[in-house]
Design a protein around this ligand. Structure first.
Ligand code: AVJ
Length: 319
């Protein structure tokens, strides 16, 4: 096999169809919402990169601290020969793992963006001759068919992105990951942790306004892809901590009553003054909850590693 292969499991028009379905469901609902995955066009990905460097946004740094400290332990515990990375945007953190896995034969990055996969894959091949990179263009929520590569497999899902899924979606996702794992394989899962409200709100409503711009960028995506006529200036950024459900919600609040046309869907959507559109849920976790959700999916929590300040955790789980 050639050292670099790219498999598209998503037909080219699948993304467009999913966007249309999500927007028509979410914007006609009683409580308006959009799934967070639509933030990440080229501009949105750039803004997210900026967010990861903000003083208030601690998760990226906290997770990197854990990986830097624990990569050798992860390598020893798993002996992984194949590394599968779901949502592989974070290639710079992945490097910490790759460098700690001397026996690695194959790297399988999975991402919805084919272009991101190609550049990351090629950079890696130049550094690691002998490594096979089999990139998969796929949505991590879709059930995956993985290429045949040497075991044991380590599946990693970093960044706390699992928090973007609602509880029922999380259960489905973890069960699907469990189904990918054979005895001896493992899952490495990054989760942001419950902490003081002030710290959480600042992370999702930074002083420089980058998160506000990131949030509003989804409106530009709808304008470009669906011909909608949202004026981002008509909305304000809201970060809300739901203390019962222990998740952050990002919302966009209409500052006045307005109607938006979405020609591609033949739809007109009215907002009352002050009405909010939920654009993201970002759940925060506790150790017991993570262990319970893993267990329901048929996975045992073997290691729980946090940064020194206990802001973020990496869990290593096995079937
Ligand atoms: C990339 C999903 C982990 O939920 O913290 C950052 C996205 N949203 N700021 C998160 C995000 C607002 C981020 N994840």
């Amino acid at each position: 096999m050639s050292p670099f292969a790219l498999t598209r499991t998503l037909p080219d028009d699948a993304t467009a169809a999913a966007l249309r379905a999500d927007v028509s469901a979410g914007l006609t609902a009683e409580s308006k919402w959009l799934p967070p995955k639509w933030f990440y066009d080229a501009r949105g990905s750039e803004l997210f990169e900026e967010i990861t460097q903000l003083p208030e946004y601690y998760p990226t740094r906290a997770e990197r601290e854990i990986l830097a400290a624990r990569a050798p332990a992860i390598a020893a515990a798993t002996g992984a020969r194949t590394l599968v990375e779901l949502g592989s945007g974070s290639s710079e953190k992945t490097r910490l793992l790759l460098d700690a896995l001397p026996d690695l034969a194959a790297y399988v990055p999975v991402d919805v963006s084919g272009s991101a996969l190609e550049s990351a894959g090629n950079a890696l091949l130049a550094e690691r001759p002998g490594l096979t990179v089999h990139a998969l263009v796929a949505d991590f929520q879709q059930v995956l068919a993985l290429p045949t590569t040497p075991g044991p497999r380590l599946v990693v899902f970093l960044g706390g992105t699992i928090g973007n899924l609602l509880p029922a979606e999380r259960a489905g996702f973890l069960a699907a990951v469990r189904a990918l794992l054979a005895p001896g394989d493992a899952l490495l899962l990054g989760t942001d942790l419950v902490k003081e409200e002030e710290t959480l709100l600042a992370a999702y409503d930074d002083a420089a306004g980058v998160t506000a711009e990131f949030n509003k960028n989804v409106l530009s995506v709808l304008n470009r892809e669906l011909g909608a006529d949202f004026d981002p200036a008509d909305f304000t950024h809201v970060a809300h901590w739901d203390r019962e459900r222990e998740w952050i919600e990002m919302r966009l609040r209409a500052t006045s009553a307005l109607t938006v046309k979405i020609p591609a869907l033949d739809l007109a959507v009215s907002f009352a003054a002050g009405e909010e559109l939920r654009t993201e849920v970002s759940a925060k976790f506790r150790r017991a909850g993570v262990a319970a959700e893993l267990s329901t999916a048929g996975l045992d929590l073997r290691h729980w590693w946090t940064d020194d300040a206990e802001r973020f955790a990496l869990s290593l789980a096995t079937p």
